[in-house]
Design a protein around this ligand. Structure first.
Ligand code: PMP
Length: 362
């Protein structure tokens, strides 16, 4: 089998060591003669897996003790509803920063529950897409919270600033495509959420980190399975959790710890993205339209100057073992998603291919 590097935006590549570990114990987990998928979530063996996964996740992000970690269903989009349903309280508005596709999708969902104050943070600087700095975001006085998306998976736009709006502003953030890729100061947030299928594990699991003083405020209409207090009181087992995804996420957390944790990931992710942006910027054949200040290190969209070569690029790259490089339909061109599980060697293989493709077709 040729070495394949999978640049999918999600479900995305998982560490191969984790897959091998899961494969090796798939049919006989812990000597029980069954797989982990087939045992009760309430039995001792699974509870131990669940607790260890939470502990490792807490260690990795240094989550303070006044925050709860919830293992939920529903994905990122589930939390587009979960956030307003849980923390709007008796207010009727919240600030929503619009920096791209996913932030604006969150606005659409939130409109079912409130009248958002939408802060359009998208600007163009020297012909490149950028985001207005946080200090210039015009927050409203009566907002229950501020919502933003630190990494726009489709647009390839990141907001890497750390929120610093004072203790009265509850910040809710969609970390779906950037969680665990670098250290973050959890204490600056009220709610952090992320679908698992990029940097955590397989699809079907969603992690929510919520400050405990925000519990107990859910609207009466909030479905119990989205209610942070209900989930918390039941150790995320109010209904049957996605046990296999939870188990696999636990293996990914152990793998991350072995790699040196998120600080080590931060370094490699910087190297990987520098390498790819470097090749794009050093050529007239490839182009990325995001300003340096807001470039994502996880999702790197790029265009070929001659879009007639797109199909050939995709065909040849696939044949070279470089998979899933087609850009999202709303952006076009190419996109390389290079989450934690993508090794530097994978990005090196991609950039070698790109340089060679340009030499042959440029
Ligand atoms: N937010 C972001 C930043 C995403 O990238 C995605 C999915 N790609 C979502 C939300 C939606 O997640 P899900 O499909 O898990 O609902």
């Amino acid at each position: 089998m040729t070495q394949v590097y999978n640049f999918s935006s999600g479900p995305a590549m998982l560490p191969v060591d984790v897959l091998r570990h899961a494969q090796q114990e798939l049919c006989d987990w812990q000597g029980l003669g069954t797989s982990v998928m087939e045992v009760s979530h309430r039995g001792k063996p699974f509870i131990q897996v669940a607790e260890e996964a939470e502990k490792d996740f807490r260690d990795l992000l240094q989550i303070p003790s006044n925050y709860k970690v919830l293992f939920c269903h529903g994905g990122g989009r589930g939390q587009f509803a979960g956030v307003p349903l849980n923390i709007l309280g008796d207010k009727s508005t919240a600030d929503y920063v619009d920096g791209g596709y996913w932030a604006s999708s969150a606005v659409k969902e939130a409109k079912k529950y409130l009248t958002p104050n939408v802060i359009d943070a998208k600007v163009t600087v020297d012909g490149k897409r950028a985001i207005i700095p946080m200090r210039d975001w015009q927050l409203s006085d009566n907002a229950a919270y501020l919502h933003y998306c630190p990494n726009e998976t489709i647009d390839g736009i990141a907001i890497d600033e750390t929120p610093d709006f004072g203790p009265d502003v509850v910040v809710a953030a969609d970390f779906s495509s950037t969680i665990l890729s670098r250290p973050i100061d959890v204490s600056r947030y009220g709610v952090i959420y992320a679908g698992a299928q990029k940097n955590i594990g397989p699809a079907g699991l969603t992690l929510v980190v919520v400050r405990e003083d925000l519990l107990g405020k859910a609207s009466k209409a909030c479905p119990s399975i989205l209610d942070y207090s209900v989930l918390n009181e039941n150790d995320s087992m109010f209904n049957t959790p996605p046990t296999f995804a939870w188990y696999l996420a636990g293996l990914v957390f152990k793998w991350l710890k072995e790699q040196g944790g998120v600080a080590a990931m931060d370094k490699v992710n910087q190297q990987k993205s520098d390498l790819l942006y470097g090749v794009i910027d050093n050529s007239d054949f490839y182009r990325n339209d995001v300003a340096a200040s807001n470039r994502s290190r996880m999702n790197i969209p790029f265009q070929l100057a001659d879009s007639k070569l797109d199909a050939l690029f995709l065909e040849e790259s696939f044949a070279a073992g470089l998979h899933a490089l087609k850009g999202h339909r709303v952006v076009g061109g190419m996109r390389a998603s290079i989450y934690n599980a993508m090794p530097l060697a994978g990005v090196q293989a991609l950039t070698d291919f790109m340089v060679d493709f340009e030499r042959r077709h440029g």
